[in-house]
Design a binder for this molecule. Structure first.
Ligand code: DHB
Ligand code: FE
Length: 279
């Protein structure tokens, strides 16, 4: 049977792709931020997953305002990255596992999560940068991937409570897959940031740190906030933190906190890395 080893959440800032491309990891601006990934990299090596389920938000690359699924699941054997600006080269394509995806789709729909299934899916920095930060830049990726996209671009956006429930259903879907497979769930995005308007540049360190603490130990705490409250506290793009709820829901209620790291600001964001392990 497939087994969920644990989960890892991280911000997915586009400037990280540029920093990796230009080897800036040891520069004073970037060093502490990249150092925060080292224990996560060690854990991931030990966890040795066959499959990474990446819960992230597309930023307008694969879905645009004309057609915006609330929840979308990749159902392909390959996922391509595409140009997002910055002059960066697209990354090598990421292997998928369509058979596993269709199992997850069937199980989610049985559990009343009527997700959009995508037999083609371009993946953006929300998916790519966390993988690059953790695995490096490779020509062939050593792990299969399953993208799960959650809409935070076009309102209405799903609630934190709904995302926690999606995570629980996703956990059941994965662990009912009959083949042996070691699975790690990523949740990417957040923490606080706002890229536009009068409050552009907003970062809420206290709220970010509390979120990291509570999402590990008491995830229901985060579901007390409406999306308007999350955006008031964490900025309009801070709503990406609902990806962390999906990851958390897919894990057991009691988890071991393996690693926690916070650094602000990096680019415009309060950046967190959290690694949780199933018992
Ligand atoms: C930044 C962060 C994001 O999550 C994003 O999607 C775009 C930009 C930033 O911090 O600059
Ligand atoms: Fe983002």
């Amino acid at each position: 049977m497939a087994k969920i080893i644990g989960g890892l959440t991280t911000s997915h800032i586009p400037a990280v792709g540029n920093a990796i491309e230009n080897n800036l990891q040891q520069e004073p601006y970037w060093k502490r931020f990249f150092d925060g990934y080292e224990p996560a990299k060690e854990w991931l090596k030990e966890a040795n997953p066959d499959m990474i389920v990446v819960v992230y938000n597309d930023h307008g690359l694969n879905f645009f305002l004309d057609k915006m699924p609330t929840f979308a699941l990749g159902c392909a054997d390959i996922y391509h990255n595409a140009d997002e600006g910055w002059g960066l080269k697209p990354q090598a394509p990421f292997p998928g596992d369509a058979q596993f995806s269709w199992h997850v789709a069937e199980s989610l729909i049985d559990q009343e999560f009527d997700i959009c299934t995508c037999q083609e899916m371009l993946v953006d920095h929300g998916f790519v940068n966390p993988i690059r930060a953790l695995y490096g830049t490779l020509k062939e990726w050593p792990v299969k991937t399953l993208p799960v996209a959650v809409n935070v671009v076009q309102h209405p956006v799903p609630t934190a409570a709904r995302c926690l429930k999606l995570g629980r259903a996703l956990g059941k879907a994965i662990e009912s897959y009959p083949e042996d497979m070691r699975v790690v769930i990523f949740g990417t995005g957040g923490l606080s940031h706002q890229l536009q308007g009068e409050r552009a540049g907003l970062i809420n360190v206290d709220f970010d740190i509390e979120c990291m603490e509570k999402i590990a130990t008491e995830p229901e705490w985060f579901t007390q906030f409406s999306n308007a409250e999350i955006m008031r506290k964490a900025g309009t793009e801070g709503i990406e933190t609902i990806m962390w709820m999906v990851m958390r829901g897919a894990l057991q209620d009691e988890v071991k906190v393996i690693h926690k790291h916070y650094h602000a600001p990096i680019s415009n964001t309060g950046a967190g890395v959290l690694v949780l392990e199933n018992q």
